[in-house]
Design a binder for this molecule. Structure first.
Ligand code: ADP
Ligand SMILES: N[C@@H](CCOP(=O)(O)O)C(=O)O
Length: 314
């Protein structure tokens, strides 16, 4: 996250009276992340994270908050949202939709080994299995419609060679048929900075604000592209095998998923190239705003087009 909206302590202290979390002790803006304004909030009763939603329409937020509550109820280390005294998760602060969630323990590991990848693969399968009983449905906000619209917005900023790559990939993805792939609630952004490690264990999986209903395999591809990439964007075979083997021990891949895997890795790479290019060329204003490098995902896309990785056999 970043901080787009400054928040005075006195305003928060008053707002917190609507919750049963005690009195405000400390408020600290968090610099990481790109989407919302986030703060660490310490009260006399606990440690929380406060998110002010900057861009997501209010009507779409209950899907995310109830998904987090659902997964936490299934025993996964996902931040449970805190209900206010009227029993509502979603409030309003500084004119923005706002939520308080549990602060989970741990730190991100940015240079993961095979053991980390194996645990993340098993965790992702756990999320997908628990998500099957989630009653709400909202389409992936970064699905095909968003992809087409964003490509139109950023195309003119790109050099000719990148425009050609974009056009070719959009045409390729347009003929991919995902109808036969198992689908459900997916995290859709399970990058290394969205997993907190408490020693060797996953203390938290955070940032569900890109979640939605889509192919489970797309989520696996997003995760592999980040966790298993080498410095130049190729795939590290040992980390891939560790992540995918652990995943399929919990949820075996179907024949359709095996066929779709190379295309799904490309779709996942395209999604983050586009969002980073949009953030880079069409920046939003804010107090602390982080923009990630689009070239990294352009290169990951090129590598996934050049190679044809397979899912490991059971
Ligand atoms: N529930 C949480 N527990 C602990 N730390 C958190 C929690 N939620 C967010 N954070 C911290 O805040 C940072 C930014 O959060 P993130 O959800 O990625 O922001 P954004 O919604 O803007 O993408 C994370 O990298 C992490 O350090
Ligand atoms: N993981 C995405 C950006 C999304 O930002 P986050 O801070 O919400 O995870 C990327 O790396 O492009």
């Amino acid at each position: 996250m970043s901080v787009f909206t400054p928040l005075p302590e006195s305003t928060l202290a008053t707002w917190l009276r609507g919750y049963a979390v005690g009195r405000l002790v400390e408020l600290k803006g968090i610099a990481a992340g790109v989407q919302n304004s986030n703060f660490f909030v310490t009260t006399t009763l606990g440690r929380y994270v406060l998110t002010l939603f900057e861009a997501i329409p209010r009507a779409e937020l209950p899907y995310y908050l109830h998904l987090m509550a659902h997964l936490a109820r299934h025993g996964l280390p996902v931040p449970a949202p805190i209900a206010d005294r009227d029993n509502e998760y979603l409030g309003t602060l500084e004119g923005k939709p706002a939520v308080l969630v549990m602060r989970l323990p741990g730190q991100s590991v940015m240079a993961p080994g095979e053991q980390h990848c194996a645990r993340v693969g098993a965790m992702l399968a756990g999320l997908h299995l628990a998500g099957q009983s989630y009653g709400r449905r909202q389409e992936n906000p970064r699905g095909p419609a968003w992809r087409a619209a964003t490509a139109t917005e950023v195309r003119g900023f790109l050099p000719a060679e990148e425009q050609a790559l974009l056009d070719t990939e959009l045409a390729f993805q347009a003929q991919v048929d995902s109808a036969a792939l198992p689908a459900g609630a997916i995290h859709a952004d399970l990058f290394r900075d969205n997993v907190l490690w408490d020693g060797d264990h996953i203390g938290g999986v955070i940032d569900f604000y890109f979640a939605g209903h889509d192919s489970l395999l797309f989520d696996v591809a997003v995760t592999v592209n980040d966790w298993c990439a080498t410095a130049d964007g190729k795939l590290d075979a040992a980390r891939c095998a560790a992540l995918l083997t652990a995943y399929q021990a919990e949820r075996p891949f179907t024949a359709a998923e095996r066929l779709a895997w190379p295309a799904m890795l490309r779709a996942a790479a395209l999604r983050f190239w586009l969002s980073r290019a949009a953030d880079h060329h069409l920046p939003r204003e804010g107090e602390m705003v982080l923009v990630k490098n689009p070239d990294e995902y352009r290169d990951i896309l090129r590598h996934r087009i050049a190679a044809h990785p397979a899912l490991p056999e059971v």
